[in-house]
Design a protein around this ligand. Structure first.
Ligand SMILES: [Zn+2]
Length: 65
């Protein structure tokens, strides 16, 4: 499965963050809560040979919770 490290910059508070996801999906700003921020850059971790110990269910729970 492909795995991405997405880099975001918030349009509202101008802060940056990065998050890992199984696709290049939008994220919510962890600083001000602005929704649907699109990544300005995305690295495909699977091509870098990195292995993830965190199961996908963890991220699903985190983002839905
Ligand atoms: Zn923000």
């Amino acid at each position: 499965m492909a795995w991405f490290l997405n880099h975001y910059k918030c349009d509202r508070c101008r802060r940056r963050w990065a998050d890992e996801w199984s696709c290049m999906c939008d994220d919510t700003c962890p600083h001000c809560g602005a929704r649907d921020m699109t990544p300005y850059e995305s690295e495909e971790l699977t091509t870098l040979g990195l292995k993830h110990e965190v199961p996908l269910e963890y991220w699903i729970t985190r983002f839905r919770g």
